[in-house]
Design a protein around this ligand. Structure first.
Ligand SMILES: NC(=O)c1ccc[n+]([C@@H]2O[C@H](COP(=O)([O-])OP(=O)(O)OC[C@H]3O[C@@H](n4cnc5c(N)ncnc54)[C@H](OP(=O)(O)O)[C@@H]3O)[C@@H](O)[C@H]2O)c1
Length: 311
């Protein structure tokens, strides 16, 4: 199968086309013929070697951890999916580094899969899993946002931020977010109650007594300073210091746990129009396409998700 891989850690020029074997599936996995995948900042961080401590990958390494596509094979223990099902997923990050989603096929464990709603395109579905599940797990499970809560969501225009704002609004929260001025109107239309231009203002100049902070930019000091004493902060971009945790024991960091059941719930909200998928740009599954997509993500100013069309 065609895949875009790296043969060493480094810059975007490491991304190149490879012909690899179609993955063999385990009994609890399905094989998905991929229609689309998407870019997340972890992709280029991994390309640069930042995950070396976590995964002892042998080259060539195929990056990418989002997919939508059609099941072409099922393992003998798979109970709830069949050949022909249209699905989407954030697959596991395997120790075998060749199992990423910049490829024509990927193996996915059944418990990470969700059926793609029929009115959601493959392109949109591929943009949801990693960023959407991260937003869901922080807003719903960790911060436990409820009606009337005041929550700050940093980087509202980013892949995670766009989902987090919409999920928090769906739960009835008052949402403040940070963005560049050019994104203010876009984020208000998406549901944000207050947009702070982070180039002009510190959040502490504008906000105080917040119930919750979702930190996506590793600015914990500023986030902690606007919380109520009973408030909670979750970061996906940094780690609270001992002193910060002593002062605010609810301050924690979070690493996404892929989960097919939650993904199906989020897919329902997208199918109902409660949550919109915002696509910044699309590229093809080619060497040039992936290089351009990584460069776009590395600007740190994508608005929503960058999608790769595999077919
Ligand atoms: N722990 C986990 O499980 C997990 C999961 C997903 C993501 N992450 C991490 O979370 C971070 C965000 O991910 P993402 O996918 O949302 O990234 P992204 O899509 O690349 O974010 C881009 C957005 O960030 C905004 N931005 C940049 N600097 C900002 C700042 N100082 N303040 C406010 N907004 C700023 C930009 O808005 P403007 O253009 O308006 O400036 C842009 O829209 C990344 O570091 C990623 O690695 C962690």
């Amino acid at each position: 199968m065609k895949a875009i891989a790296i043969s060493a850690y480094g810059d975007v020029d490491q991304l190149h086309e490879e012909e690899l074997d179609i993955p063999q599936i385990a009994n609890d996995e399905v094989l998905v013929k991929i229609k689309a995948t998407s870019i997340n900042p972890i992709d280029w961080k991994a390309r640069m070697g930042f995950l070396k401590q976590m995964y002892d990958w042998q080259f060539p390494v195929v990056l990418g951890w989002d997919l939508s596509g059609i099941i072409t094979q099922v393992g003998k223990d798979v109970k709830h999916f069949k050949v022909g099902d249209e699905v989407f997923a954030r697959p596991d990050i395997y120790e075998d580094g060749t199992k990423g989603t910049y490829a024509e096929y990927a193996a996915v464990k059944e418990d990470k899969l969700a059926l793609k709603p029929s009115n959601v395109s493959f392109e949109a579905a591929a943009a949801i899993p990693l960023a959407g599940l991260t937003a869901w797990q922080v807003i719903v499970d960790r911060l436990k946002i409820k009606k009337g809560d005041k929550v700050l969501i940093q980087a509202g225009a980013g892949g995670v931020g766009i989902f987090a704002i919409q999920i928090a609004k769906h739960l009835g929260a008052y949402v403040a977010t940070t963005a560049s001025a050019k994104n203010a109107e876009f984020l208000t239309n998406l549901g944000a109650d207050e947009v702070i231009d982070y180039h002009e203002h510190q959040i502490g100049e504008v906000l105080n007594q917040y119930d919750a902070v979702f930190d996506t930019v590793d600015d914990l000091e500023a986030g902690l300073a606007i919380l109520k004493p009973t408030g909670k902060l979750v970061t996906i971009a940094g780690r609270p210091t001992q002193a910060q945790q002593d002062a605010q024991p609810s301050a924690t960091s979070w690493w996404l746990q892929p989960n097919g059941k939650q993904l199906a719930e989020l897919g329902d909200l997208v199918a109902e129009g409660e949550v919109k998928v915002i696509i910044d740009s699309t590229f093809p599954l080619t060497e040039d396409g992936l290089r351009a997509a990584h460069e776009r993500s590395q600007t740190n100013h994508a608005r929503g998700k960058i999608v790769i069309n595999v077919e």
